[in-house]
Design a protein around this ligand. Structure first.
Ligand code: ADP
Ligand code: MG
Length: 321
């Protein structure tokens, strides 16, 4: 079982950024309105703190058991997954390859619970005073799997990935206040009041001032978000973000639809900035929810892409085209 645990762990968590992703998505699933990510400069310690529902003492150890998820109770639930997690793999996977401390309290419980797990072994479990919500600290990722540790890049590069991931998570849930701190320095803090505020917090005032809002409904879908004015076009593809039903995805067709909307406004070799949320009936979209895959398929792909292109055009040109 030891080997199985370590192999499976590689699927969910391969670097600090994927630890952050799993922990922050758990915080979102817990209904948190406030999520804080704190890392040290060397990425030896990753802490995610939330003010969500917490975990009852009786369930704390269960949360670290493989395929123990509180989020799916019957097969039919699989059809309409609204939470980010549902496999019950993240916590056990992380705990198998790191030193994990989880402190949690359900709001109406008298006290909280602390558990420490190292390399899959419970080394501490006791009642503790704690604010409502959950704080998870992951230290020494891959300390017991040197072969995996070798695949990590320099702390600077890994921090870049953590920053990009945290920003992406925050843009995906702009109703939640998300804060990122590294080495005692705050990198950003979104207000939790909507996408405009989140974009400003993450990309800065200059970018925020050069955006036009997108807001459209059609083809059974809804598109909201921001695209850069033509003068904001960039030399890289960074700053291109598509969310489908709240999940970050990479979809060549959706991205091409944005490029097509810009048309001749986009000089060769230049790339538009955008943050777009597409919402549609979950029955018409198949998001591949494998932890490392970000793909999506639509039942009415042509219609959806045409709708997206038209909506972005309308935002850029101020009229229906
Ligand atoms: P999944 O998210 O797929 O259910 P995880 O391994 O990520 O699996 O988490 C296991 C369980 O632990 C969750 O189903 C949830 O009940 C609980 N849990 C994890 N993180 C939190 C959190 N931040 N707040 C409340 N409950 C949590
Ligand atoms: Mg999860």
């Amino acid at each position: 079982p030891e080997t199985v645990g370590l192999v499976a762990a590689g699927e969910v968590v391969d670097r600090p950024a994927s630890v952050v992703k799993e922990l922050v998505e758990n915080a979102f699933d817990a209904g948190a309105s406030c999520v804080e990510v704190v890392v040290d400069k060397e990425l030896k310690s990753i802490t995610v703190r939330d003010n969500g529902c917490g975990i009852a003492e009786a369930d704390v150890l269960l949360a670290f058991e493989r395929h123990a998820t509180s989020k799916i109770t019957c097969g039919a639930d699989l059809e309409r997954i609204t939470t980010f997690g549902f496999r019950g793999e993240a916590l056990p996977s992380i705990a198998a390859v790191a030193r994990v401390e989880l402190k949690t309290r359900v709001a109406d419980a008298v006290g909280g619970t602390l558990v420490r797990i190292e390399g899959g072994q419970v080394v501490d479990f006791r009642p503790v005073g704690a604010p409502p919500g959950t704080t998870v600290t992951v230290r020494d990722l891959f300390y017991n799997t040197p072969a995996r540790r070798k695949f990590l890049s320099s702390p600077r590069v890994e921090l870049g990935r953590v920053t990009e991931m945290t920003g992406r998570l925050a843009l995906g849930r702009p109703d939640v206040a998300v804060r990122l701190e590294s080495g005692g320095r705050e990198l950003f803090r979104t207000p939790g009041t909507g996408l405009a505020g989140a974009v400003r917090a993450i990309y800065g005032e200059a970018v925020a001032a050069a955006l036009v809002p997108v807001e459209a409904e059609g083809a059974g879908a809804r598109l909201t978000g921001f695209v850069g004015r033509p003068e904001l076009v960039r030399t890289t593809r960074r700053g291109q973000t598509w969310f489908v039903n709240g999940r970050y995805v990479k979809h060549g067709g959706l991205t091409a639809a944005v490029y097509e909307a810009y048309g001749t406004l986009l000089p060769a070799g230049k790339h538009p900035f955008f943050v777009l949320h597409l919402t549609l009936d979950p029955g018409f979209v198949d998001v591949n929810v494998h932890p490392q895959k970000l793909t999506v398929r639509f039942d009415q792909e042509r219609e959806v892409l045409a709708f997206a292109r038209g909506a972005v055009k309308k935002a850029l040109f101020g009229r229906a085209v």
